[in-house]
Design a protein around this ligand. Sequence first.
Ligand code: ACO
Length: 429
Amino acid sequence: MSDKAKTAKLIYDGKEYELPVVEGSENELGIDISNLRAESGLITLDPGFKNTGSTTSSITFLDGEEGILRYRGYPIEQLAEQASFLEVSYLLIYGELPDKATLEKFENDITRHTMLHEDMRKIFDGFPATAHPMGVLGSLMAALSTFYPRAWDPDRTDEEVYLTIIRLIAKMPTIAAWSFKNELGHPLNYPDNKLDYCSRFLKMMFSVPAEEYEVDPVLVSALNKLLILHADHEQNCSTSTVRIVGSSLANIYSALASAINALGGPLHGGANQAVIEMLEEIHEKGISMEEFVERVKNKEMRLMGFGHRVYKNHDPRATILRKSCDEVLQKLNRKDPLLDIAKKLEQVALSDEYFIEKKLYPNVDFYSGIIYRALELPTDMFTVMFAMGRLPGWIAQWKEMLEMKQPIGRPRQIYTGETARDYVPFDKR
Ligand code: ACO
């Protein structure tokens, strides 16, 4: 933060109020209104929080106008290309890249905690085979709190918090893979702790007792990149959910279950599923790109995977993934007609005045589904993959929120209903 005291002035009802301006390390500016109501009686109104910063944070920086995304200062492009998902998880949660010994310990600790309590299997048995895996994931995340009752005590030691973080990162892939197996009606696979994080997950997902399963390094590398790209994205809908639920000092499992449910919505993480469904419809019905874009412009539907609350130039994650789609399909020696449709649709949309004027570009979800398809994941598992990637970001934001002693989240409102009136008993109305 800069030492220069900047202020903004608000004039209301003949009185002048001076409001401090907070400056971030990337020169972002915000008017601090924390004393506004006490001094003036006014609140601010900002539906959808389009202009409202809910916190300061030192985890993730993004500049939507320039298309920049950095975790703890490191560009997403470098991390996606060179780092491992667990290394990035450590970076997000603890603020620095781990040295070799620290990373080894972190990985080993995670590997030791991949199993789920056997009683969790009974909960799985209760879900119908038609259950959406995001519903299963959210429910089981909440259920974990019942297996770790210490999580309910806000006075936890640092060691307990570390162990909880390890458990969460370790068990998330097991839960995710089991929610997939539940859907298939296949037996649940136990984690193979000889494998690394991504390979272990793929084996739990795709191996069946009757057959040998060999983990394909191309898929491992694609998965690693996808998880890194999703790992954090500052104060989005699900992350704000973690911080607001966590601010009541609710246990972390409950805060994360709430975030998972928020992520599932089609305007947020659920968009990756919606994109593939949209591309499939175009493919199956032979709809022309021009006709489809026309429907979008007539507001009959949204172009899923396009537009972002913050990115108004390009989403750097989409740029990385677009390239990655080609690489993965080429390495696997596969073709996907949906990738060609996606590219053509992008071309048509990006040259159309409607999208240019509204600054609508492909977001992370536009291309991620193509890679998930290459990994042979069913569409309803896409958002589960997003949740797995986002987990370290949610944890980092929860931890930061508690460490900075953020007050309980409790927005105000402007009431627009009836003013006070007297009750009349029903026989006199
Ligand atoms: N297709 C067509 N028009 C769109 C789209 C879209 N994908 N996105 C926004 N617009 C239009 C809106 O109709 C609106 O037009 P108007 O001014 O004529 O009313 C204008 O652009 C602004 O849209 P808002 O909804 O106000 O923008 P907001 O910032 O609130 O929404 C959002 C951002 C939710 C991501 C939106 O762009 C959208 O719905 N996109 C499709 C869903 C999607 O891909 N979500 C994933 C986001 S990334 C993530 O969560 C990981």
